[in-house]
Design a protein around this ligand. Structure first.
Ligand code: MLT
Length: 264
């Protein structure tokens, strides 16, 4: 079911009496990236996903976003849907939002799933790359930016063996709002790191990393996981940054196993 909450497009499936899981997508993607997990998990869980403000179907407005404003949006969704202790699952930028949400309101969640993301803030080179991205959108358009950015998000193997799947994601991302994409780039460049909070995370956490992730590589994710006490680390063989799309069945299975182990 699709609903609008504070102008955001929010999608729910499954029985509302079941344990809620909120899925937060990465950049510059939309809620569709979680389709496979939602199809599987909505059999036993109440699944909620949404388009982050400025991406997918959610309007960009003035494009002035911060990680904190993204967390405000997440909190509004939890409040409006009256979700009781949802599991929070975020990929990459969705993971940055999830980690900031831990800092601000961990007590509102029962478990955390982080896919292909990091706690570290952008270093100087990373911030300069964001600025180059904004310049490239201003000069050559969002489609050009997406064409350069998105191939790095997938393993070479996936792009070769699943061309239609890869191209579908590419085409959807190309239709993103330039204001929204630039707003996300600024929000990511401006975000502070969350490493200092990791030791405080007390809810169970599952950390999933695609073995061939070029953007948030294995060593970076391993050291993040080490800092979270109650965490399980899973490597998805052969997958890149978009593990939930590239190895959808395995990722869904790992999430189910984890949720069962936590009693959720
Ligand atoms: C994402 O997948 O959300 C992005 O790769 C995050 C980033 O660019 O830091």
């Amino acid at each position: 079911m699709k609903t609008a909450i504070n102008k955001l497009s929010v999608f729910t499936s499954g029985n509302t009496n079941n344990k809620p899981i909120i899925f937060v997508h990465g950049f510059p993607f939309d809620h569709i990236m979680w389709d496979a997990q939602i199809e599987e998990l909505s059999k036993d869980y109440y699944c909620i996903t949404y388009d982050i403000r400025g991406l997918g179907e959610s309007p960009a407005g003035d494009g002035q976003f911060t990680m904190e404003s993204f967390v405000d949006d997440l909190e509004t969704i939890i409040d409006e849907l009256k979700l009781n202790l949802p599991v929070l699952c975020g990929l990459s930028m969705g993971g940055y939002i999830s980690l900031r949400a831990m800092e601000i309101m961990e007590e509102r969640f029962s478990a955390l799933i982080l896919c292909d993301t990091k706690a570290l803030a952008d270093d100087n080179a990373g911030k300069i790359k964001r600025a180059e991205g904004i310049k490239s959108i201003n000069e050559s358009g969002v489609e050009h930016f997406v064409e350069q950015f998105v191939p790095n998000c997938f393993s070479d193997n996936f792009m070769m063996r699943n061309k239609p799947g890869y191209e579908e994601v590419l085409i959807r991302s190309k239709s993103s709002s330039p204001i929204g994409v630039k707003g996300c780039l600024l929000a990511m460049a401006g975000r502070t790191g969350t490493t200092a909070y990791l030791h405080n995370v007390s809810i169970p956490a599952l950390i999933i990393c695609g073995e061939e992730d070029k953007l948030t590589p294995l060593d970076v994710m391993k050291s993040m996981a080490k800092n979270i006490n109650n965490s399980t680390f899973v490597v998805i063989a052969g997958a890149g940054h978009m593990a939930p799309i590239e190895a959808s069945d395995i990722v869904s299975e790992k999430i189910k196993e984890f949720l069962k182990s936590t009693g959720a």
